[in-house]
Design a protein around this ligand. Structure first.
Ligand code: ZN
Length: 351
């Protein structure tokens, strides 16, 4: 039977910035999880360790870590720092690192980092609710100590992961692919089609800026036409996913128009791909979601887990799906075609 690790500790609740990112999201999710998927014997809650200084150094500079430990934030509006928050950020980084180890060692088939998926922080910059790159530390640790040579990161959070991109832009061992809302309409204003990596990493990053109100069909199309062929050609040894609930149509800071079923479908496509090319090895970082309806944030995280594990669970949409404005599918297809053409210089699957 497949084994799934859910990395969570009560101490993660201190990852609370007092604005849209609050600790009740953890409690709500855990309550829902225990009543649903948590009853399945394949799941185990695993309490993660805090990342050590040396583990943070896998990505971040010495000076940066010291500044963060002194709680001197250069992004005080989005990312205000306090000792308890910094400690929780180290725990999240430790969770990401440990999740990768649990899957790579074969102890678990898949792992979920609850509250994870730091997207905007880079080696020496805190940004957009994030301080230490849990995803980056996970990947770098596997390459440095577990003999992993190729990793693919699929990021379907509604925001472009500019920090993750920056960290791995020059590294051909890490293929970063992000589907997100057109950055000319949303924070962080980065993640355009021409951002495909730098130097020896050129061709190993793909940014897919989808129009607002894209909807599930365009996600499915983009994943099938871009992600799957690239993953099959790149052949990573593990897939890391960054997702969560912020592409949902009720989200108050994004407009991607994805449904709960759509979030499940994204997880399913990623997982099916992992099963075909890397023995199903996958770590899912689930942390986003800014819907005023807290039930939707939890349900989206659960939907992602259901998609990734293939375990059926009731995922009824809590509010009616609004009619779609216009036909975004045509725009999505044009973006995908344009990217396939650009990437054909690096990837024969598009020639
Ligand atoms: Zn986001």
């Amino acid at each position: 039977m497949s084994k799934f690790a859910v990395l969570y500790s009560e101490k993660l609740k201190d990852y609370d910035l007092g604005h849209v990112l609050t600790q009740d999201r953890y409690e709500n999710f855990l309550n829902l999880f225990h009543k649903t998927l948590g009853r399945h014997s394949g799941f185990t809650i695993v309490v993660p360790p805090h990342a050590t200084h040396n583990e943070l150094r896998l990505i971040h500079t010495q000076e940066y870590i010291q500044r963060i430990e002194k709680c001197e934030s250069k992004d005080p509006l989005d990312t205000p720092l306090s000792p308890s928050f910094v400690r929780a950020a180290k725990l999240l980084a430790g969770a990401g690192k440990y999740a990768g180890e649990l899957v790579c060692s074969g102890e678990y088939n898949k792992a979920f980092v609850v509250g994870g998926g730091v997207q905007h922080a880079s080696i020496d910059q805190e940004k957009g609710f994030g301080v230490f790159s849990d995803v980056g530390i996970c990947a770098q640790n596997l390459m440095a100590y577990y003999g992993v040579k190729k990793i693919m990161i699929l990021d379907t959070d509604a925001h472009a992961g500019d920090g993750i991109y920056k960290i791995f832009a020059e590294d051909p061992r890490v293929f970063y692919m992000s589907l997100h809302q057109d950055p000319s309409t949303l924070y962080p204003g980065k993640g355009f089609m021409d951002e495909i990596g730098v130097g020896s990493g050129e061709g190993f990053s793909v940014n897919v800026p989808l129009p607002p109100d894209t909807g599930p069909e365009a996600y499915e199309y983009t994943l099938t036409e871009l992600f799957t062929p690239l993953a099959e050609e790149f052949r990573p040894e593990i897939i890391l996913m960054v997702d969560g609930s912020d592409p949902h149509f009720t989200d108050q800071i994004t407009q991607m128009g994805l449904t709960i079923e759509g979030i499940r479908m994204v997880g399913e496509i990623a997982s099916d791909t992992a099963h075909r090319i890397c023995a199903g090895k996958l770590v899912d970082f689930i942390g986003s979601g800014y819907s005023p309806n807290q039930k939707i944030v939890s349900l989206g995280w659960l939907a992602s887990m259901a998609g990734v594990t293939g375990i059926e669970v009731a995922l009824e949409e809590p509010v009616p799906i609004p009619p779609r404005k216009g036909n975004r599918m045509q725009e999505a297809k044009a973006i995908v075609r344009s990217l396939q053409s650009k990437l054909s210089a690096y990837w024969p699957c598009f020639r």
